[in-house]
Ligand binder design. Structure first.
Ligand SMILES: Cc1cc2nc3c(=O)[nH]c(=O)nc-3n(C[C@H](O)[C@H](O)[C@H](O)COP(=O)(O)OP(=O)(O)OC[C@H]3O[C@@H](n4cnc5c(N)ncnc54)[C@H](O)[C@@H]3O)c2cc1C
Length: 284
């Protein structure tokens, strides 16, 4: 649920929209909508209608997808842009070491909410947690952000499964609350193509993806005024765990994420909420 700003322009370069299957997640989204952090999105789809073909309603964060998590972060002390290098248990408590060799702690329990392969790097020594993590399979996804001074996409706001290379194209500025002169577009490459090209230079990937978009949509020649590719190295879930979370009540450390149950933000929400409850119960 990421939003990135390039110059004056913002793009949702990760999750595109939320859907809710459970009453609990729907209640959370309704609360976000009533406090202005989210809104329904009815893009023009291949049916030619706004919101055509949506089985469940689509919602987006406002003004960006990252707004979705802002209310959850209220009154919580958060350190950002610091990679956790190690988590270490001594004398029944945990310390967290960052890449810059600073440390925080002691903590009674730790919840790790990162993709399974990255969690495995941190928890490889906790056998009962590491073993299930190793079963999860995740794959990369290239995301392309493009800005054009003029509107170039045809009438549809979203396109899916356009070719072996392109999985998704969205007019980012068609989402509620995004005001941009011209057009902002987000493109996601297919998992297979992303895997083949994951070590390529982002500039080359951007050129390649944009020329494929122009080809599949038969766009008139238009040079983007901004074009950046970003790789989500562990973006998509190929094989989920099939359990809501993993928790060691012996060591008070657990792992949560979308990959526990599926591949959607709703799965991440369900997994994280359940791990939170398990930690509280075990510390009582
Ligand atoms: C391209 C793409 C499109 C998607 N589209 C949709 C969609 O339309 N609808 C939908 O519901 N879902 C979609 N998803 C899935 C959705 O983004 C995820 O389900 C959701 O973001 C999972 O949340 P999370 O908190 O479990 O993990 P993440 O969002 O993966 O967050 C984990 C965070 O941990 C950080 N991290 C990792 N290792 C460390 C470390 N060692 N130290 C510190 N930080 C670390 C990462 O940088 C990241 O910020 C999409 C995902 C991708 C990649």
């Amino acid at each position: 649920m990421a939003t990135t700003r390039l110059g004056l322009v913002s793009y949702d370069h990760g999750a595109q929209y939320l859907t809710a299957r459970s009453a609990q997640f729907r209640a959370f989204i309704d609360e976000l909508c009533s406090s202005g952090y989210a809104a329904p999105w009815k893009p023009v789809t291949s049916t030619g209608e706004q919101g055509g073909g949506q089985i469940l309603p689509w919602f987006v964060g406002t003004p960006g997808m990252s707004s979705i998590v802002r209310p959850l972060a209220e009154s919580v002390r958060i350190h950002t842009s610091r990679r956790v290098h190690t988590i270490d248990r001594t004398d029944k408590s945990w310390h967290i070491w960052f890449d810059d060799e600073t440390v925080v702690g002691p903590f009674a329990a730790v919840a790790v909410a990162v993709p399974a392969p990255q969690a495995l790097l941190l928890l490889g020594r906790v056998e009962e947690v590491a073993e299930p993590l190793a079963r999860v399979r995740m794959s990369p996804c290239w995301s392309l952000m493009v800005r054009l001074e003029q509107r170039v996409l045809p009438d549809q706001d979203v396109y899916s499964d356009m070719s072996d290379v392109i999985r998704w194209i969205a007019r980012n500025n068609a989402k509620p609350g995004r005001t941009t002169k011209g057009e902002t577009i987000v493109v996601h490459a297919s998992p297979a193509w992303s895997r083949e090209t994951e070590d390529a230079e982002p500039e080359l990937v951007a050129e390649e993806l944009w020329s494929e978009v122009c080809h599949v949509l038969d766009l008139p020649p238009a040079r983007p005024s901004q074009m950046t590719a970003h790789l989500w190295r562990f973006g998509l879930v190929d094989q989920s765990l099939g359990e809501t979370y993993v928790y060691s009540s012996q060591q008070n450390v657990g792992v949560a994420g979308d990959w526990c149950l599926g591949r959607l933000s709703e799965h991440a929400y369900e997994s994280g909420s359940a791990l939170g409850r398990a930690i509280i119960a075990s510390l009582d």
